[in-house]
Design a protein around this ligand. Structure first.
Ligand code: AMP
Length: 596
């Protein structure tokens, strides 16, 4: 039997977990990282890159790098690369495919099933698109569950006290807050709220702006014009942000960031936690309104909360924790690992659904009750959105309401299904339209048309209609152009299969490339730290070998290499080995400096 994994398919990072021997294990990716950047890139040579490899080249290859694709899920957004267009589902499937493959390598067996998490605010088409992405990646998606519910599930493992809990989830690109009731055997989401456009990326951006401005003030140069430099600044900013979660100040040091008439220019600055807090205060404040809304929707005061769970890497920021403390009056819980608990909960749920016996006492009896993230309505006379299902109704939902005709002798009606909180139909999202035909001819208001909304445990909606006058059920079609047809999904699965072998091969070349880039950056730093201690000729050799390796990495593949892609890897290895040899003493000097 194939394995089941839980996947937190995040906006910036994704994480996966599985039950092994009765315990949840976070599955590291092939690069050994516990989370995988949700980034896909198409190199100039047509390679498909996923994860850190894609992220590291993002700034220098922006037109062919796709990050935060989750923000486009369920929309008609498409990206065109080399004449082929890709939907958000297909891009997400590339991420899921890598995760599946890495999990198979780690677990040593096939991975066939998955539970995938989505933000609580995702609407029907976004959930459906996520499910399609899983299918394209060759996964049987057992269930789509809300991220905060999943986190609560992870928490439920070791906490059986019945209580109401707030899950405050600030990740890389989204913010969700949920009020959850944890009972003996039930976890029920009472209310959810959030902001789909707020996360750690925004904090990074503030630091990047600060670094670029300071550099311009000191050196007079605008780094925005230098893509390579911006890539390094962005990586350094995220690193600095993380360091400021632990320390009160951090040093940002980027040697050889650019070049001017006097020679190379280095970036070296200190950022304090106080400065960082000053530049991001408004971002932290933006989480207040959704928190209040969730509490209001759940009908409770913050004093009634048993505890507050922090989820998402950005909740490691001390100012965020302090803010949560201030607005809820509670000490946030630190017992759930914020980066990993969503995937952990998904693995627990996956284990329950796949019927595996794990020894987790409560998992088989644990009942999950999710809620509808947004209200569901149909358009009625005058463009009004008439609500059938309220926001935050517990799933599964089955609700019927009887409508009639607006004009006399009308034999068909068009029913427009809407999702959203606005009173007028045009302000909500139209998620499907169907026409009920064959209504008995009668004056306006006489025919009885029963409209039924069914939402299953995955939050996926089916709408049906019945003419009560004739008693006959009408067949209806939901015209949801946001969804991919089965044919389209199949086509995408075929495409993904077709690329699998090539992707695998390209990955090997990319690993060689990655190691070479790491060596180059080590040598650059070593040259500035200990270059003076080298003989002139020795230093010249190191510089020449570094320049050669850089040239090999940057050059476009020749006709011969395109015919034999292994050739590219071989060239990189040769140049890297040369630099490795000539810079060995230099790197040793740096190691001695560091240990003394
Ligand atoms: P997630 O989506 O939960 O993986 O969260 C990812 C976000 O958390 C990214 O923006 C990371 O930069 C951020 N993050 C991870 N670790 C830390 C940390 N120690 N301090 C501040 N932010 C962090």
């Amino acid at each position: 039997m194939g394995a089941t994994i839980g996947i937190d398919l995040g906006t910036t990072n994704s994480c996966m977990a599985a039950m092994e021997g009765g315990r949840v294990t976070i599955i590291p990716n092939a690069e050994g990282e516990r989370t995988t950047p949700s980034v896909v890139a198409f190199s100039k040579e047509g390679e498909r890159l996923v994860g850190s490899i894609a992220q590291r080249q993002a700034v220098v290859n922006p037109d062919r790098t796709i990050s935060s694709v989750k923000r486009h899920m369920g929309s008609k957004w498409k990206t065109r690369v080399d004449g082929k267009s890709f939907t958000p589902q297909e891009i997400s499937a590339m991420i899921l495919r890598k995760m599946r493959r890495d999990a198979e390598q780690y677990l040593g067996r096939d991975v066939t099933d998955a539970v995938i998490t989505v933000p609580a605010y995702f609407d029907d088409s976004q959930r459906q698109a996520t499910k399609d992405a899983g299918r394209i990646a060759g996964l049987n998606v057992l269930r789509i569950i809300n991220e905060p519910t999943s986190a609560a599930l992870a928490y439920g493992l070791d906490n059986g006290t019945p209580q109401k809990v707030m899950v405050y989830d600030l990740g890389g690109g989204t913010f969700d807050v949920s009020i959850i009731e944890i009972g003996d055997d039930v976890i029920e989401v009472l209310a959810t709220s959030g902001d789909n456009h707020l996360g750690g990326d925004d904090f990074d951006e503030r630091l990047v702006d600060h670094i670029v401005q300071e550099f311009k003030r000191e050196q007079g140069e605008d780094l925005h014009r230098n893509a390579m430099a911006m890539q390094r600044v962005m990586e350094a900013a995220e690193q600095a942000k993380k360091e400021l979660s632990a320390g009160f100040s951090t040093q940002i040091n980027l040697p050889f960031i650019s070049q001017n008439s006097q020679g190379p220019v280095h970036l070296d600055m200190t950022v304090t936690r106080a400065e960082f807090e000053q530049m991001t205060r408004d971002l932290v404040e933006r989480t207040t309104a959704p928190v209040r809304m969730a509490l209001d929707d759940a009908g409770i005061a913050s004093s009634e909360l048993g505890c507050v769970l922090l989820v998402g890497g950005s909740t490691r920021i001390p100012a965020v924790q302090e803010h949560v403390r201030r607005i809820t009056g509670k000490e946030p819980s630190a017992s759930v690992n914020p980066d990993e608990c969503v995937a952990t909960g998904a693995a627990i749920q996956g284990d329950t659904l796949s019927g595996a016996t794990t020894g987790i006492v409560r998992s088989n009896s644990l009942l999950l009750l999710d809620v509808t993230p947004l209200s569901l309505s149909i358009e009625t006379v005058g463009g009004v959105a008439t609500r059938l299902v309220e926001r935050n109704s517990t799933l599964p939902v089955h609700y019927s309401k009887t409508f009639s005709t607006a004009a006399s002798f009308q034999t068909s009606v068009e029913i427009k299904v809407l999702q959203g909180e606005r009173p007028m139909a045009k302000d909500n999202k139209a998620i499907g339209t169907f026409r009920l035909k064959g209504i008995k001819r009668a004056p306006a208001g006489v025919p009885q048309i029963e409209v039924t909304f069914d939402i299953d445990a995955n939050g996926i909606l089916t709408v049906s209609a019945k003419d009560l006058d004739t008693g006959k059920e009408q067949s209806i079609t939901i015209d949801d152009s946001d969804r991919m047809s089965d044919d389209e999904v199949q086509q995408a699965i075929n495409d993904a299969e077709e690329y699998a072998e090539e992707d695998e091969f390209r990955r090997a070349t990319m690993e060689v490339r990655q190691r070479a880039e790491k060596l180059l950056s080590e040598v650059d730093s070593a040259l500035s730290a200990a270059g003076k201690q080298l003989e002139k000729s020795e230093k010249k050799q190191v510089k020449a070998d570094a320049a050669e390796l850089r040239r090999v990495l940057m050059r476009r593949p020749s006709k011969k290499e395109r015919a034999d892609p292994e050739e590219e890897g071989r060239r990189i290895v040769v140049a890297a080995e040369k630099l490795d040899r000539s810079s060995a003493r230099l790197r040793e000097l740096v190691a001695q400096q560091q240990s003394s």
